[in-house]
Design a protein around this ligand. Structure first.
Ligand code: G4P
Length: 535
């Protein structure tokens, strides 16, 4: 079927989009790398302009008061820029340990990720958790090993560590020449070029010298005999040990290219970006419960993956972040809010460019639209042009901390429950109701979240709460093979004290230890226990 001009424009818009997330353990260099990528896109003029997940400069009005006080942003921001005619959307993820749940959820809206690893620290805990989720979803991953200007681990040892701890199959596409004090530059395996480090490259990067054959004596003159010999040996080893790069394996999540560099010194970043725009996936089809939705479909569909609350403390307004999956999203067009079964029009959808947001007329698959909201949206909500679709892949993960929440002001019970309800819809934490007595339990990924909730309940809803500790290790979602089986009945009877419902009404077993999960699983093998709500 021939495409008309409008459709061609639409297909091109999809083809030029790359939507990805940068994940790392705090301090590995995610913010610095993001900033350097924006510099390449000309979206910012100087380094130090982006403090997307750390507020080091004067805070902007975009952040809620408590974040200002704590100096941590709870927001997952979107940073977009254009590089070589590609529209790049970076979904930045809160790096702070306390906000891992936010980060997990962002992974449902990306088409690929870049994992940043500190050359000295190697693979750290938060990276392991996040990469596990990417692996479960076969999200294409590129690894960037950062801070090569410092002494760190040997490149081969580090790649072994990445393979073992992260369960990846790596394939270096660039290789460092020396490290730390001896760091001379990067050999770009992908383009067969050498780029030498001068330490003065912070804002710009030279094009590099091409080396189709590294055996030539010019290499010795350039980087010194010893380093040249070493590089030749190392590249030979790379060829022997690692598989050849091929885009298909990367795209299906079975091979992960590795780049080396120093984000701070803007070194190795261009190699990464140039390769990224060439190989990274365009907006992908997404599974809905009903069917697979292709990005190229004409009809608009999208889902809410993040709600950013309280942009303006005087109004209780929020910004719902919608990832466009298919079709074009148009300002003022009527869209079906599937859960509410209601048509809604959005007069001021925001698009993001660098750190700014502005009202946008049209957005395409891969883009993120920020919709001002007064309470219509929950995480996971779907918008369509009329079709009933429910996008999959936004699971809840078991919280790490659990506390009873009690009302501290009897006259404000209604406000408390309304506040809790709305905060949970934003995905701030998870609420469980004990089957035995109806007591409410809040589960969070980080302990700081309890203070955030208490503060927001008081300032936004006029309600007061108190917490009471609860020794729960993990919440396990319960999936019996047969709801009517004697085994399931026995499980429910014996474990009654530990059973609760999550906000969707799903049955959850609150286990007090890893041992108890194992024991329970052994005793009731047909009652499956899962630490995520989707399995
Ligand atoms: P994050 O977002 O992953 O948490 O890390 P961020 O970029 O903020 O980087 C953490 C620290 O590491 C920062 O130093 C940053 O300057 C430094 N850094 C990033 N990339 C490199 C690199 O390639 N080489 C070296 N040597 N350092 C790097 P800081 O002192 O914590 O903050 P700042 O005062 O420099 O902003």
């Amino acid at each position: 079927m021939p495409l008309n001009i409008q459709q061609m424009g639409f297909t091109e818009e999809i083809q030029r989009r790359r939507t990805f997330g940068i994940i790392s353990h705090p301090d590995a260099g995610k913010t610095t790398l993001t900033e350097k990528l924006l510099l390449f896109g000309g979206a910012i003029q100087e380094a130090g302009a982006v403090k997307s997940n750390k507020i080091k400069k004067g805070a902007t009005s975009d952040f809620m008061e408590i974040e200002r006080q704590r100096g941590i942003s709870v927001a997952t921001s979107v940073l977009a820029f254009v590089y070589k005619n590609k529209k790049i959307n970076i979904l930045d993820t809160p790096g702070h340990k306390d906000f891992a749940e936010d980060t997990f959820r962002t992974l449902t809206a990306v088409d690929s990720v870049i994992v940043v690893i500190d050359v000295a620290k190697g693979v750290e805990e938060q990276t392991e958790k996040l990469v596990e989720v990417c692996r479960m979803r076969n999200i294409p991953i590129i690894v960037f090993i950062n801070k090569l200007d410092r002494e760190g681990k040997d490149a081969f040892d580090l790649m072994d560590e990445v393979e073992q701890k992260l369960g990846l199959k790596v394939c270096p596409l660039s290789f460092p020449i020396g490290m730390g004090y001896d760091f001379q530059g990067i050999y770009n395996i992908y383009e067969k070029k050498i780029n030498l480090f001068s330490g003065e490259h912070k804002q710009t990067v030279s094009e590099g010298t091409e080396f189709n054959d590294i055996s030539v004596p010019e290499l010795d003159t350039m980087i010194g005999e010893k380093a040249a010999e070493c590089l030749r040996e190392e590249l030979e080893l790379v060829q022997e040990v690692y598989p050849r790069f091929n885009v298909e394996s990367y795209l299906e999540g079975s091979l992960q290219p590795v780049f080396f560099g120093s984000a701070l010194n803007n070194f190795g970043v261009k190699e990464l970006l140039d390769c990224f725009i060439e190989i990274a996936p365009v907006p992908q089809a997404k599974k809905a419960e009903e069917r697979l939705v292709d990005a190229r479909e004409e009809k608009m569909s999208g889902f809410v993956f993040k709600i950013h609350a309280n942009m303006d403390p005087n109004h209780r307004n929020r910004l719902a972040f919608v990832k466009i999956v298919s079709g074009t999203f148009k300002r003022n067009a009527p869209y079906l809010h599937v859960r509410l079964d209601k048509k809604l029009k959005f007069s001021s959808p925001n698009a993001f460019f660098a750190e700014k947001k502005e009202i946008v007329e049209v957005s395409y698959p891969g883009d993120i639209v920020g919709i001002p909201d007064t309470g219509n949206f929950k995480i996971g909500d779907t918008l369509t042009e009329g079709e009933v679709l429910h996008f999959k892949g936004i699971p809840s993960f078991s919280p790490e901390h659990f506390r009873y929440v009690n009302n501290a002001d009897p006259l404000k019970a209604k406000q408390l429950y309304k506040g809790l309800d709305q905060l949970m819809d934003e995905g701030v934490a998870q609420l469980f109701t004990l089957n035995l007595n109806g007591r409410k339990i809040i589960g969070t990924v980080g302990a700081l979240q309890y203070e955030v909730i208490q503060y927001r309940l008081e300032h936004e809803y006029g309600a007061k709460c108190q917490y009471e500790n609860l020794p729960v290790h993990k919440a396990c979602w319960v999936a019996p093979e047969d709801e009517k089986s004697e085994e399931f009945k026995a499980f429910k009877r014996v474990k009654q004290r530990y059973l609760a419902n999550d906000k969707q009404g799903k049955l959850v077993f609150l286990a007090d230890s890893a041992f108890s999960i194992q024991m329970t699983q052994d005793k009731y093998p047909s009652v499956k226990l899962h630490v995520t709500s989707e399995f």
